[in-house]
Write a protein that binds this ligand. Structure first.
Ligand code: ZN
Length: 125
């Protein structure tokens, strides 16, 4: 199947290859492989470090906009506005966690679709 960045598939948390299997089994737990096409989601140790960039890209604008809104409405000192918005943001952390990993998997599979071979190639003599 061709690799396309499909926004609807990303937002629904579905596999980037088949577009049907769920990436997450529960709020915090990922399926190790796609339940439909068996694609391995985590390519190797530390794979999801790249998802942190998407996590920042999602979370920071929300917190910044919320802080600006609270500050504009209340004129509280900035540190109190940041603290209030940060606490109010905590319930969104599972959503950001899932969405950032899902977006990362989709982008990674789009730009680097092939898995490395499972065993090293045999040396010819
Ligand atoms: Zn799949």
């Amino acid at each position: 199947m061709a690799h396309h960045l499909r926004l609807a598939t990303m937002l629904q948390g579905l596999c980037p290859i088949c577009g049907e299997g769920r990436i997450f089994a529960s709020r915090w737990r990922m399926n190790p492989r796609c339940p439909v096409c068996n694609m391995k989601f985590e390519r190797g140790p530390g794979y999801f470090t790249g998802a942190m960039y998407f996590s920042y890209a999602i979370g920071i604008p929300i917190i910044a906009a919320g802080t600006g809104l609270v500050w504009w409405l209340t004129r509280w000192p900035l540190h109190w506005a940041v603290l209030l918005v940060w606490v109010a943001f905590l319930p969104l952390v599972p959503w950001v966690f899932r969405l950032s990993r899902t977006i990362f998997i989709h982008f990674d599979r789009y730009f680097d679709p092939d898995d490395p071979p499972l065993t090293p190639p045999v040396q010819a003599r």
